[in-house]
Design a protein around this ligand. Structure first.
Ligand code: GDP
Length: 592
C-alpha cells in the first residue's frame, strides 16, 4: 500500500460525494443554493432540510440535472499507518543525516565511544556544560550531521526490527583489540547482517598492551567482514575510545557510507518515525523520545504514537533545548500524548486532532483484540504460499551440535534453488537453541533448524508464543529434502508418536508355529493389535516394530485394557524376556 497525499481532481464536471454529506454540503459542491436542492427533492416527495444527509443514490440522480458526475471520495484508511509505504516525489527529497547504532560485546567500549564522540563534537561553546538528555544525539563533523542512537543492546535492536522498526542506517561493531571477537560480537554481526544494513568495524582499545588488531581482522573476516586492505569491502577503524584516538577517521567513514547510500527524506510532509524510549513523568505525563524518519514534526502537531495520541505540547532536541520543529533523522523528546508507548512503536502526525484521536482510539481497540490472537511468522508449511506471494529468499537459522554439521547443513541448504527462490542462512552456529535465536528468527521471518540439538521446553514454548517454527533434524539429506519439498509445496504429512499403553511381560509361551507369545499384564493404557510396538529392557529400547497379535485366553482381540492379562506377539521378534516392557504406540498425523 502506498501513502500519497490526496490528489485533488481538476475535472470540474466531477462532484465528490463524501460519507454522510448533507444537502447543504452537496449544494456547496455543486455551487448552487441549498434551497434550490431542497425544493427539487421536495418535488420528488422527499421531506428534507438543509441539514438532512443525502444518500449516494439520491445525490447521483440530482447532480445529473446539473450535467455533473458524482464520484465517491476515496478515503484511505490510515489506521495502520506503519503498513504504508511512503511515497515521496524525487524532487521533494532532501539529504538527511545517517542514523548510526553502535553495538558490541559488553565492556568493549560502546558507552565510552558514544561519550567520546558526543563530547568532542558538540557545537563549540556548548561542550562541557551539556548533559545528554536522551539516549540519542546528533553531532556535526566536517559540516555534516550524524545521528547516534544508543540502543540497549542488539537484542533490543532486533526486537525493534521484529516489530518493523528499522531505525538504523549504519551499524558500528565495536571490538576490543585486547579481547577480540567474542560471542556477542558474533551475534551482533548476525543481527546487523540480517537487518541488511552497512557495517563499519571499530577496533577499540588499541592503546592497551595486549591489543591484537590483526587477530580481530582475521576473526571478523571469517564472519564475512573482510577489511578493505585485505581485499574485502568492510571499513575498519583502529581507535581508542578512552583516549579519543581515531574518532575522526570513524566519523569520516560514517559520512563516506552515508554519501554512498545517499540517505534522503521529505521535510514537507507530516512527520513519521519511531519511538526510541519512553517514560512516565508525574507532572508532565508520558515523555517520549522519538526519531523522526520522514517529514517535519512541529509544536502543536496532532499525533498518533503507537496506540496513544495527542498533540505535541513540548518539543526538545537531544541537548534538552526547546525547539519548535524537527526534521528527518533528528531525535527529539516530546510530551503531550495520552499514554506511554513502547520502544519500536511508530508515530505519525496528522492534520487534525479529531483524526489523530479517532485513529489512536481505533488502534487501541485493535491492539486489545490482537492480544488474544496468536501470530504465526513462518512455518515450512506456509513456505509455499509465501513463495507464491513472491518471497524470494527463505531465511533460516541453523543450530547444530558440532561445527562440522552446522557448516554442512548450511552448505547444502544454500545450494537449494527452487524456481528462483533461495535459502538464506542468517545464522549458523554450534550450541543449543536460545531465546536470542527465537528473537532473531521472529525479526527475520526465519525458520530455526536444530541439527542434533533440541529446544528445551521453555524455548519451545517461547518459540510457539512468538510464532517461530523450530524443526529438529538429525540427517542432512532430510533437511534438504524437506526444505525442497516445502518450497515446492509438497510437504508430506508430519506424524507424531502417540503412546497407547504399556504391558509388562510376566511369562513366556513358546510355540513352533507362532513363535514366542509374551504372557503380559497391561500396566497402563491399552495394548492395541494394529499398533506399533517397542520392546524395552531396563529402560533401553531393544526392538522397535509392530504388534503381531493380541489375545485374551484363546481369542484374538483388537485391544486389551489396563489391569488385564493377555498374550502378545511382536512381529518378527522373539528375543523377549520376562520383565521386558512392551509399549504400544501409534503414529498420528500432526495437525498443521
Ligand atoms: P561497554 O560495556 O561496551 O559500553 O563498555 P564501556 O564503554 O563501559 O567500557 C568498558 C571499559 O573499557 C571501561 O572501563 C572503559 O574505560 C574501558 N575502555 C573503553 N575504551 C577504551 C580504550 O580505548 N582504551 C582503554 N584502555 N580502555 C577503554
Amino acid at each position: 500500500k502506498k501513502l500519497m497525499s490526496n490528489t485533488p481532481t481538476n475535472n470540474s464536471n466531477i462532484v465528490l460525494y463524501k460519507e454522510n454529506m448533507s444537502i447543504g454540503d452537496l449544494a456547496k459542491e455543486l455551487g448552487v443554493s441549498a434551497a434550490e436542492i431542497v425544493k427539487k427533492l421536495f418535488s420528488q416527495g422527499l421531506m428534507v432540510t438543509i441539514n438532512t444527509p443525502i444518500s449516494y443514490e439520491n445525490a447521483e440522480i440530482l447532480v445529473l440535472d446539473y450535467n455533473k458526475e458524482l464520484k465517491k471520495e476515496e478515503t484511505t484508511d490510515v489506521t495502520n499507518f506503519e503498513q504504508f509505504e511512503i511515497i515521496d516525489a524525487e524532487e521533494d527529497l532532501v539529504k538527511r543525516a545517517p542514523v548510526v547504532t553502535i553495538m558490541g560485546h559488553v565492556d568493549h567500549g560502546k558507552t565510552t565511544l558514544l561519550d567520546t564522540i558526543r563530547k568532542s563534537n558538540v557545537a563549540s561553546g556548548e561542550a562541557g556544560g551539556i548533559t545528554q538528555a536522551i539516549s540519542a544525539y546528533q553531532v556535526k563533523h566536517n559540516g555534516e550531521t550524524i545521528t547516534f542512537i544508543d540502543t540497549p543492546g542488539h537484542a533490543a535492536f532486533t526486537e525493534m526490527r521484529a516489530r518493523g522498526a528499522s531505525i538504523t542506517d549504519i551499524v558500528i561493531i565495536i571490538v576490543a583489540a585486547d579481547d577480540g571477537v567474542m560471542p556477542q560480537t558474533r551475534e551482533v554481526v548476525d543481527h546487523a547482517k540480517a537487518a541488511n544494513v552497512p557495517i563499519i568495524v571499530a577496533i577499540n582499545k588499541i592503546d592497551k598492551p595486549g591489543a591484537n588488531v590483526e587477530k580481530v581482522m582475521t576473526d571478523l573476516s571469517e564472519l564475512g567482514l573482510t577489511p578493505e586492505k585485505w581485499g574485502g569491502d568492510t571499513l575498519y577503524n583502529e581507535i581508542s575510545a578512552k583516549n579519543a584516538i581515531g574518532i575522526d577517521g570513524l566519523l569520516e567513514n560514517i559520512l563516506l557510507v552515508a554519501e554512498l547510500k545517499d540517505y534522503k527524506a521529505n521535510p514537507n510532509r507530516y512527520a513519521v518515525g519511531t519511538v526510541i524510549e519512553s517514560r512516565l513523568d508525574k507532572h508532565l505525563g508520558p515523555i517520549v523520545t522519538v526519531l523522526i524518519q520522514n517529514g517535519t514534526l512541529r509544536l502543536g502537531d496532532p499525533i498518533v504514537v503507537g496506540n496513544a495520541y495527542g498533540k505535541i505540547r513540548t518539543l526538545k532536541n537531544s541537548n534538552g533545548e526547546e525547539i519548535t520543529s524537527a526534521i528527518p533523522s533528528q531525535p527529539v523528546e516530546i510530551t503531550g500524548i495520552n499514554e506511554v508507548p513502547v520502544a519500536g512503536d511508530k508515530f505519525m502526525a496528522f492534520e487534525s486532532e479529531k483524526q489523530a484521536r479517532s485513529i489512536g482510539e481505533e488502534r487501541k481497540k485493535q491492539a486489545r483484540l490482537k492480544e488474544n490472537t496468536s501470530k504465526t511468522v513462518l512455518t515450512l508449511d506456509a513456505l509455499f504460499s509465501k513463495i507464491q506471494e513472491g518471497v524470494k529468499e527463505i531465511n533460516v537459522i541453523i543450530k547444530a551440535d558440532v561445527n562440522g554439521s552446522s557448516e554442512a547443513v548450511k552448505n547444502s541448504l544454500e545450494k537449494i534453488e527452487v524456481e528462483g527462490v533461495k535459502v538464506n542462512v542468517i545464522r549458523s552456529s554450534v550450541g543449543g537453541i536460545t531465546e536470542g535465536d527465537v528473537v532473531l528468527a521472529k525479526a527475520s521471518n526465519a525458520i530455526i533448524i536444530g541439527f542434533n540439538v533440541r529446544p528445551s521446553n521453555s524455548i519451545k514454548d517461547y518459540a510457539e508464543e512468538q510464532g517461530v517454527e523450530i524443526r529438529p533434524y538429525n540427517i542432512i539429506y532430510k533437511v534438504v529434502e524437506e526444505m525442497e519439498a516445502a518450497m515446492k509445496g509438497m510437504l508430506d504429512p508430519e506424524y507424531e508418536e502417540k503412546v497407547l499403553g504399556n504391558a509388562e511381560i510376566r511369562q513366556l509361551f513358546k510355540f513352533s508355529k507362532v513363535g514366542v507369545i509374551a504372557g503380559s499384564y497391561v500396566t497402563d493404557g491399552i495394548i492395541k493389535r494394529d499398533s506399533k510396538a517397542r520392546v524395552m529392557r531396563d529402560g533401553i529400547v531393544i526392538y522397535d516394530g509392530n504388534i503381531g497379535s493380541v489375545q485374551r485366553e484363546k481369542d484374538s482381540v483388537k485391544e486389551v485394557k489396563k489391569g488385564l492379562e493377555c498374550g502378545i506377539t511382536i512381529e518378527n521378534f522373539n528375543d523377549i524376556k520376562v520383565g521386558d516392557i512392551i509399549e504400544s504406540y501409534e503414529m498420528v498425523e500432526k495437525e498443521r
